[in-house]
Design a protein around this ligand. Structure first.
Ligand code: MG
Ligand code: ZN
Length: 198
């Protein structure tokens, strides 16, 4: 059986883009907006060294919602892969949920079982790669990631990039009885954590 390091994409691998107009952050919508989160190269390297498969687990409803074209999404994915490859890093797999219950494009409008907080993408990846979920991690910056990881049976790490008090309020509200196993403020702390746990 393999072990895996499941990573959310937006906010973990690539930075969220701050939108001055709406005042809220969104995933990159053009390749030129794509920037890596500090520490991600080292994290991927460390996880690999410890024998984990690095696998993206990500909700990407923006194509269906009409905010980005499939073509631009693919270009961003390609830029992520080629930039990682420049650093001699590769992702073992990428799993995306493109669905959204209110998608404008009919083909993506679905109440699916792969959209986090549901664990469908993680379960599928575990099946495809013979992953022992108990020895695996889900790292994300949202409560949806923690719930999906918890439901799938992984250890969970929440990267809290909001102000701490605000963060605690939101987490308590949304997580109810599910708490992340670990809480980190940046990817460096996540690296230390997995090095300790092995
Ligand atoms: Mg995220
Ligand atoms: Zn889905």
């Amino acid at each position: 059986m393999n072990k895996a390091f499941f990573l959310d994409r937006d906010g973990i691998i690539v930075k969220m883009v701050y939108d001055a107009e709406s005042g809220s952050p969104h995933p990159p919508l053009k390749p030129s907006q794509m920037e890596f989160v500090p520490g991600i190269f080292e994290l991927l390297k460390t996880a690999k060294k410890l024998g984990y498969l690095n696998i993206i687990i990500s909700n990407q409803p923006d194509i269906g919602l009409g905010r980005i074209s499939k073509n631009d999404f693919d270009k961003i994915s390609e830029k992520i892969r080629s930039s990682l490859s420049d650093k001699k890093l590769t992702l073992d797999a990428e799993y995306y949920c493109f669905h959204h219950p209110f998608a404008k494009l009919r083909k993506y409008r679905e109440k699916c079982s792969c959209r986090k907080p549901l664990p469908g993408l993680i379960s599928q990846a575990a099946k495809d790669f013979a992953v022992d979920l108990k020895r695996s991690w889900m790292l994300g910056d949202g409560v949806k990631d923690v719930i999906a990881g918890h439901k799938a049976g992984c250890k969970t790490i929440l990267l809290a990039n909001l102000q701490e008090t605000e963060y605690l309020r939101i987490v308590e509200e949304k997580l109810k009885n599910i708490k992340p196993d670990y809480l980190v403020k940046n990817l460096e702390e996540a690296i230390t954590l997995i090095l300790k746990s092995g």
